[in-house]
Design a protein around this ligand. Structure first.
Ligand code: UP5
Ligand code: MG
Length: 190
């Protein structure tokens, strides 16, 4: 059991904006535990649980999985970790997601990273990823971008209003972008 309330960074940005790539580097450099909501959901599909088929259909359509499912996967990962520093990658994606997290986990993010990337760059990266993701096709990418604009971006605006957002231009090499991310976490490490 944990005595400290955890340090939580939400890492947001459109499909292919580089959330996962940068989270891996932050986790390595600063000792965070990286929780990708999408990865947790994809593991849930593979585990043959009762919600697997529904989650698969939802991801295929680029829609948002019911909040309770995602939040409980994140909660369990936080609770079973020895760490107290978490990067929550690709969540929350809607107002409802955010409210469910506050209710079920009982925490708010300390900081929010937002990777700002032009749409054509995001599409190019996703379609050239080639890792067999069911949602990396042009039809689903268009749907993911629509959901990003209508439901995800308002979350970024919400946290901007709370002064929590660090907006990062996501164009450049992986290392160039990490050099912009690094100072944000250097301030919080240990
Ligand atoms: N790449 C990375 N950085 C680069 C750079 N600087 N220059 C050139 N290339 C770069 O990167 C994408 C690709 O680009 C990779 O090949 C990488 O090498 C390269 P990545 O770091 O993977 O980007 P990321 O932002 O993580 O893209 P991802 O596709 O994972 O973002 P999504 O937000 O679309 O996907 P996620 O897995 O978070 O969610 C998938 C689906 O799950 C959602 O659409 C939704 O249906 C569902 N979901 C929910 O319902 N609820 C949730 O809370 C979360 C997900
Ligand atoms: Mg990702």
């Amino acid at each position: 059991s944990k005595r400290m309330s955890p340090f939580i960074a939400f890492v947001l940005g459109g499909p292919g904006s580089g959330k996962g790539t940068q989270c891996t580097k932050i986790a390595d450099a600063f000792g965070f535990t990286h929780l990708s909501a999408g990865d947790l959901l994809r593991k849930e599909i593979l585990s043959n649980g009762e919600n697997g088929a529904m989650i698969l259909d939802t991801i295929k359509e680029g829609k948002i999985v019911p909040s309770e499912i995602t939040v409980n996967l994140i909660r369990r990962a936080i609770e079973t970790s020895e760490n107290h520093k978490f990067l929550i990658d690709g969540f929350p994606r809607s107002d409802e997601n955010r409210i469910a997290f506050e209710r079920i986990v009982g925490a708010e993010p300390d900081i929010v990273l937002f990777f700002d990337c032009p749409e054509e760059e995001m599409v190019k990266r996703v379609l050239s990823r080639n890792q067999g993701r069911i949602d990396d096709n042009i039809e689903t990418v268009k749907k993911r971008l629509k959901v990003f604009h209508t439901l995800n971006l308002p979350i970024v605006n919400y946290y901007s209003g709370k002064g929590k957002v660090h907006k990062i231009n996501a164009v450049g090499t992986v290392d160039e972008i990490f050099e912009k991310v690094r100072p944000l976490f250097a301030a919080f490490s240990n």
